[in-house]
Ligand binder design. Sequence first.
Ligand code: ADP
Length: 675
Amino acid sequence: MAQKKAQSTQKKTAEAKGASTSAKKPAESVKAAPVKSEPVTKTEPAAKAEPAKKAEPAPKAEPAKKTEPAAKAEPAKKAEPAPKAEPAPKAEPAKKTEPAAKAEPAEKAEPSAEAEPVKKTRTTTRKTAAKKPAAKKTKSAAKKAAEETKPAAPAEEAAPVAEQPAAPVAETAPAAEPVVEAAPAQPQYDTPRRSVVFIGSECHPFVKTGGLGDVMYALPRELVKQNCDVRVILPRYACIPQKYQDKMVYRGEFYMDLGETGRSYYVGIMEYIWDGVVYDFIDNQEFFSAGNPYVGLVEDIPKYCFFSKAALAALNYMNWIPDIIHCHDWQAALVPVFQKTLFHDSPVGRAKSVLTIHNLRFQGIYNIPTIRYWTGLPAEVFNMGALQQAWRDANMLKGGLAYADRITTVSNTYAWEIQTPEYGEKLEDHLRYHSYKLRGIVNGIDYGMWNPATDPALAVNYDITNVLERKPQNKLALQKELGLVEDEGKLVVGLISRLTNQKGLDLVNAIVPQIMDGNTQVVVLGTGDKEYEDTFRYYENAYKGMFSACIQYDESRAHRIYAGADVLLVPSRFEPCGLTQLNAMHYGTLPIVRETGGLKDTVEPYNVFNGGGNGFTFDRYDAGLLLDAVNRAKTEYFTSRYHWDEVVQRDMAKDVSWTNSARQYKDLYLELTPW
Ligand code: ADP
């Protein structure tokens, strides 16, 4: 992940003594300049005296005054009554962007239809056979949903708007702009309606570099089913594939000042409505024209300062004030800070905020003058209780954690781990201080996108009733595709991952020679650090026909590996949640994981005595323990296939959907808005 790598180079400017500040929390006391129409900020000069200019940073070379409107073209009047979930009307051709590198399959992800795994394949006794298990119990998700559907209940309306007198917003607001959401047939809901905006830096299928993109795609869709009105705000990167750019409809535009730049920046809003979720893309070519979402901190810091502020300004502009603002990772972490300072007195200031940590390692750290220059945030937020870190640095994530009303992270274990020095990435004290508002909610996977019964990428589709016959066919097809020896009797070990230090790859590299026994094949799919890429290439050469190193990002190949492999390695050093082990289980592939973060919460260790569990696990970060786990898997696979097959089916039946997790988010929203 380019971004992630880039950030690891984060500047460290600590030094000096002298001190600043209130180690207290920042909070409400921080008032700030009311927002003008669209947030014209102008914050007070700030005690410090950062001569804006020199503090400067601006990697770019600000050109003229106005960034051209790039996208629009069509007059605003479109209130598009977008009939059925999606194919938005015509859309602005806007600028031609080159099709993204990643981000892809997209629409293939057709909804339901999954052979919704049987709840209880397992029968406790290891006798119950494998071949034609619970087929009867298998019930389509659609059917299930239908059954559960009770008579329609009148959904309460959400999001009050404008009780605040003359909020200084949106004079430009688009006239009569009822965004008609193509909500699917409304089932009925047992909790009150709430409106939520998701703000984050990536979202499948528009742009994705890792798990965050999956969550930004799947959770909003699930929340729609749970009686939420959901809008997702993203940057309109040039790398979003043209087919999606073409579907976007011009929603409006305004100009916004930004920090101490002394300039007015164009903010365009392009909209796409899809399956009941409204996607609003913040358009500004100056910030979002790179071929990749993440470039390096020097560019990314200004970009996401702009984005966070523009997202709030856009909500005011559209006069769509949600109950909840749900932000994700450091790129959107300034949203709660802006919201409680510069936007405090504007309509959007009254929403509640939630900040989700998908990976604590990446925090958005740069020196204070630069971040003050790009944000215009008042001096008081640059204290040790909020953004300030060490002596001269500002940490965007740290500030967000201080100002958000609630913090979540993506598993219970990780929520606990990050409060310890080992996993806290130097924020453990800060997180412990705010632990009263921190909780873990484990991720799920989208059953529309990840469904072996309908997955168009697979050689042969299968479900829990025929996995034992058909999965080997996928294995053969995968071996053929990758030029491996074609033999369904071999154990195929998969690894699908960013190739970075987080993912436990040094452990993998250390044991490869010991697991290559002639009956085992290894398939690696990933990109990242050169040292790992090169080592895997070396192994491919050393074990011809038995080891495949696919140094690439390829979404559909990933699907085929989940389907064709027997086990998937996830030996991470730390893992906030991890999605690959969930995908693997859902495809009947047994995970081999280290017991950390979400891996610990989602994979129950295989119990050789009673046959229970989902996969093979080890605890300490140690190559010998990983090797032991792989050997246990081999033993079970080669000598006890009957029991192995039981686990395959149990994993496919395990509920790793978003339903339960989305409900927990909904509960959290309701806690914050108890009216
Ligand atoms: P992280 O967010 O830390 O990268 P996760 O396990 O949360 O890890 O999510 C990884 C997601 O990215 C999964 O959906 C996985 O299938 C996908 N993925 C990772 N690497 C690749 C790759 N090289 N090609 C295709 N998909 C990949």
